[in-house]
Design a protein around this ligand. Structure first.
Ligand SMILES: [Zn+2]
Length: 291
């Protein structure tokens, strides 16, 4: 096992680390740091046995033969293109998870609802696996999602972070744990405060990291399958797919949306730094110190 990683980014899905932290990752790699992204929910399901909800999502993705493999390839191209490493763990995405023949999350409401009891055990298992990996990299910072937006896969990773905080690993021999703001969920009013309150009310310390927003946008644009879903007009997406000319206009509009929203968000963070003398683009990371 390679040692000496300086930053480990934990991504619930095959895009979250880059959508949320690409600016910082680009800076770290440019400064010579060893950076790794771990995708938690990168396991391939049994495609012959999908819930109605998962099948519907596959239709929106254009029914690829192997939807997960397609996203793994897309994600690897972006992350390795930035000069970072990527590891894919084989946990299933929430829409594919089942227990005793029952889907844990059979619809969209469930995906943004409470964590299923079976997943609370899974969060501890992921925490243990992360701890084992982290022990091999004693001078590294682990970046974990806050759970902003309340997607159950993000809550799973967040609860693994809480598990790590209670085991006492952070802070010992130079290790540190930071939470990142999940983009685009974090744009929703109140999402940050709600996520922080769920972890714990006390002593959140922000760290404002200046970024090159153009580099962040370039990395994000590599997720072609996701950009259209995240920034396109979802009500028009299926219809737009029927005609190549309409589709290319739809994709271009989604990209323009992404650029203006990311610029607005990253510029809103820069001025929150008390040391700032002029506006700049930034990402924000949080450390949590329970009393
Ligand atoms: Zn996600």
């Amino acid at each position: 096992m390679t040692t000496g990683l300086e930053s480990i980014y934990i991504s619930p899905h095959l895009d979250d680390a880059i959508l949320s932290c690409a600016g910082r990752i680009v800076r770290e790699v440019a400064a010579g740091a060893q950076v790794c992204v771990i995708n938690i929910c990168a396991g391939a399901p049994d495609y012959s046995h999908l819930s109605a909800f998962a099948a519907e999502l596959h239709t929106v993705y254009g029914d690829p033969t192997d939807a997960v493999a397609q996203r793994i390839a897309e994600d690897r191209a972006v992350i390795e293109g930035l000069g970072a490493r990527v590891m894919n763990w084989d946990y299933l995405d929430a829409v594919y998870r089942h227990e005793h023949g029952h889907w844990l999350y059979p619809d969209r409401d469930a995906i943004f609802g409470p964590l299923h009891p079976a997943d609370r055990i899974l969060a501890g298992q992921i925490g243990e696996r992360l701890a084992a990996f982290w022990r091999q990299h004693p001078h590294s910072t682990l970046f974990m999602p806050l759970g902003a937006g309340h997607h159950v896969d993000h809550l799973l990773a967040r609860d693994a972070a809480r598990w790590l905080l209670t085991t006492g690993l952070p802070g010992s021999d130079g290790r540190a744990l930071r939470f990142y703001e999940e983009y685009p969920y974090i744009e929703e009013a109140g999402a940050l405060a709600a996520a922080q309150a769920e972890i714990g009310p006390s002593h959140w310390q922000p760290e404002v990291a200046p970024i090159d927003v153009a580099a962040r946008l370039q990395a994000m644009a590599g997720y072609q399958t996701q950009v259209v879903h995240l920034f396109g007009d979802q009500a028009r997406e299926l219809a737009a797919m029927q005609d190549p000319a309409t589709w290319s206009a739809f994709v271009a509009a989604a990209h323009r949306q992404m650029v203006s929203r990311v610029e607005r968000y990253t510029q809103s963070i820069g001025p929150s730094d008390p040391a700032a003398h002029h506006p700049f683009s930034a990402e924000r990371y949080w450390s949590y110190a329970p009393q």
